[in-house]
Structures are given as C-alpha cells and as structure tokens.
Design a protein around this ligand. Structure first.
Ligand SMILES: C[S@@+](CC[C@H](N)C(=O)[O-])C[C@H]1O[C@@H](n2cnc3c(N)ncnc32)[C@H](O)[C@@H]1O
Length: 292
C-alpha cells in the first residue's frame, strides 16, 4: 500500500473536485426533484437496493451515493478527498436525501470496518475508482471481509484496455501495470469540462475555466484478469462480468463521439474495443453443517 501516493492523490482530487462541481448546475435541486446520476449498467448489476446497507467506495462528491439512497439504499459513502466529502455532506443536506459520508483512505476504512461488527449487503465502486488502488489484493480482501454473508460487490469501471492508447489512438502504454505507479505531473484534469452535459445531467455551467491541477497524481493499471483473480482469491464468487464497447459519460480519448444514453464511442473508422466493464461478485453464505 502506497500511503504517501494516496496522500498526493488526495490533494489532486481536492482541486479537481472543485473544478468538476463548478460545471454542474444546482445538483441539490436536480436530486431533490428525483434526478439520478446513475447509468443503466450499474442499476442492472446492483438490482433492487431498497433497504440494503450499501457502502459506496470512492464516492467522490456523493451524487451516485445519493441517487442510490433515493432508490431506498441505506448508504455510506467513503472517499479520501476532503473537498469531495464536504460537498457530499452539503449535497445530502440540501437535497434532503439522507446518507452518511466518511472522509478516509479506503484502505483505512476497510481495516477499521473489518475490526468492527458492521457488515454491508452491497459494496459499490465505479467509473475511475480502481485505478487509484495501490494494492488490489488488499482491497479485494478488505471488501470481502466487510460484506455480510450473501452480500455483493458491484464494480462498473472504465476498461484497462482503453488505457493503452495515447491521444492519437496509437498503442503507447503497456496493458500490464505490474503494480507500478504511473505518475502524471498535473494528472487529474477537468474531464467534466471535456464531457459537458454527459457528466453534468443537472445542466452544464461554464464554471471554472482553464483548470490546471497543481498536484501530481499516481494511478495503477489493473488488468481485468488481475481484478477478477483478486476477487476470487478473496473468496468471492463471480456472478456477472460484462464488457461494453462504449464508456458512460467520459470522453476517455480524443475524438470520441457521444451516442444516445451519454455513451461515448471511438471516432469514425476506429474499430470497437472494450471501453468499460461491469462485474458482480457474491460472498457466499456458509450454511452450518456444510455446503453453501
Ligand atoms: C473518478 S472518482 C470516482 C467517482 C465516483 N464513481 C462517483 O460516484 O462520482 C475517484 C475517487 O476516488 C477517490 N480516491 C482516490 N484514492 C482513494 C483512496 N486511497 N481512498 C479513498 N478514496 C480514494 C478520489 O478522491 C475520487 O473521489
């Protein structure tokens, strides 16, 4: 676990979060009036969350967490960014949608929760979360440990294969990250400004202009096989795994085109590639006397 890199990421996320939210018009009103920031892929994988104790790991400013709370889940959101958690708490108050938000490194939150008695029916993580994890196996073990028997993990993520291209769609980066940090000097950009309404369903405001992040960021490239293996090794049972030829909301690479449903696809002439994946994994119930 690279705590010192997580701390640098916290600073970078604090700045980026302010820029991102500056473009999102009156989010409290949007949520209060029944708006949702969720996409169909996670809604389908999560299923009915009403009455479920759900932890949203790396929840950023809580828009998805509150959208899940609106569907009846009892939500705890966890994120390392001070700015994100402050915003999430305010959004919860202003929208009138209750949820608990905790500012913590996800590894510290998992470790603390494992030591306590509380267990969750659902753990959820999505859209640019796993690339910040410096120890995938420790994360998977922690998630498995905080789930109640029968509980489920749902992940919807940008596909690691999409990360091998540079801005000109040339093969430029290795698919296999070997657990090494990839450092970007002003790494977390204002990708909300690039995506426009696709990432601002409450309406797009001009907001902050010309944002340049003053802090470096450190990412980790985890291949799909590594993610699935870490979950299986942690004792979870994989129940769903989908790959998608589009990315929800984000224009990951240059020239991506928006199609209905806020789905981004490659430019004309580029063959389809996996741009997103979704998975569900279950913690099996142990039946006294043997069997599962
Ligand atoms: C792309 S955002 C995820 C967005 C999220 N899917 C949502 O609902 O808005 C990635 C988040 O991971 C958080 N993060 C990065 N490293 C973390 C860590 N070690 N512990 C907890 N959160 C972390 C960042 O602060 C950021 O809010």
């Amino acid at each position: 676990m690279r705590r010192e890199l997580h701390e640098e990421n916290r600073l970078a996320w604090n700045e980026a979060t302010l820029a991102h939210n500056s473009h999102k018009h009156d989010q409290a009103r949007f949520l209060r009036e029944g708006g949702s920031t969720l996409f169909p892929e996670e809604i389908e994988l999560l299923g009915d969350v009403a009455g479920r104790k759900l932890v949203h790991l790396q929840c950023n400013s809580g828009q998805d967490s509150l959208s899940l709370a609106q569907r009846g889940a009892l939500v705890t959101g966890v994120d390392i960014s001070d700015a994100a958690i402050a915003f999430a708490r305010q959004l919860s108050e202003e929208s009138g949608i209750p949820a608990t938000f905790e500012r913590m490194d996800v590894y510290d939150w998992l470790a603390r929760t494992v030591r306590g008695a509380e267990r969750y029916d659902v753990a959820f993580s999505s859209y640019g979360a796993l690339c910040w994890l410096s120890d995938l196996k420790a994360w998977a073990q922690g998630v498995a440990a905080i789930l109640a028997p029968g509980g489920r993990l749902v992940v919807v993520e940008f596909h690691p294969f999409a990360m091998v291209y540079d801005e000109h769609w040339r093969l430029a980066c290795p698919y296999f990250g070997d657990g090494q940090a990839l450092t970007w000097e002003n790494g977390i950009s204002d990708y909300v400004a690039d995506a426009g309404e696709a990432l601002a369903p409450s309406g797009y405001d001009q907001g902050m202009q010309g944002f340049v992040n003053p802090h470096p960021s450190h990412e980790f490239q985890w291949g799909l096989g590594e993610v699935v293996s870490a979950l299986l090794e942690a004792g979870l049972t994989l129940t769903a795994l989908h790959e998608y030829p589009y990315a929800n909301g984000a224009k990951l690479l240059a020239g991506m085109r928006e199609t209905p449903g806020r789905r981004m696809i490659p430019p004309e002439g580029v063959p389809s590639i996996p741009l997103m994946y979704g998975l569900a994994a279950r913690k099996d119930r142990i039946v006294p006397g043997g069997g599962c």
